[in-house]
Design a protein around this ligand. Sequence first.
Ligand code: FMN
Length: 190
Amino acid sequence: MTHKTILHINSSSRYQGSITREISELVVNQIGEQHLQHKLVERDLGKGLPFIDAAWVNANFTPEENRSEADNAVLSLSNTLVDEIKQADHIVIASPIYNFGIPAVLKAWVDLIARAKLTFKYTENGPVGLITNTKVTLVMASGGVPIESEMDLATAYLKQALSFIGITDVTVVDCASVTIEEKGIVLENA
Ligand SMILES: Cc1cc2nc3c(=O)[nH]c(=O)nc-3n(C[C@H](O)[C@H](O)[C@H](O)COP(=O)(O)O)c2cc1C
């Protein structure tokens, strides 16, 4: 049993009756039980995140050594979110499907964590992800679109964005296929 850090990201706008919140909590507990020593970091996006803007993009494109205090302040939340990813061994992302894709707030999170030199780097052969040895479990819910079907752009998008930063060990939990009572979630990559 080794020490593990689990990062739990919720993105449902709902707090009452949210399927992804309930199932992802079970998933997080199950991963925790498999590692006697573990630290849990909660990142709840349900109340919103700022969108990147011109000041953010300019600060991000400015080499670190040339950044002003204002640049660093603008990048501060983004830096925190990147640190959370870097420190995590296993990330559990809970995502409803909203209008065929991920919730806007989760896209805002992706925009804040896709950082050149921090989570990916440019090489002669194209971009390479820098987040390695990190497992992800996606906890996906919809109102009817079958998870991982062609209509489900949310799961496909998350896999693509995670792969871009180097994370390819991804397991998908389809909330429609599990019930909270039976707690029958099988996590092969925990
Ligand atoms: C704004 C909004 C948009 C939605 N769009 C879709 C959709 O495009 N396809 C679908 O199958 N379900 C859609 N749903 C249903 C949700 O995916 C479903 O209710 C899911 O359980 C929500 O996650 P939660 O229970 O964790 O809040 C939508 C729900 C909301 C609130």
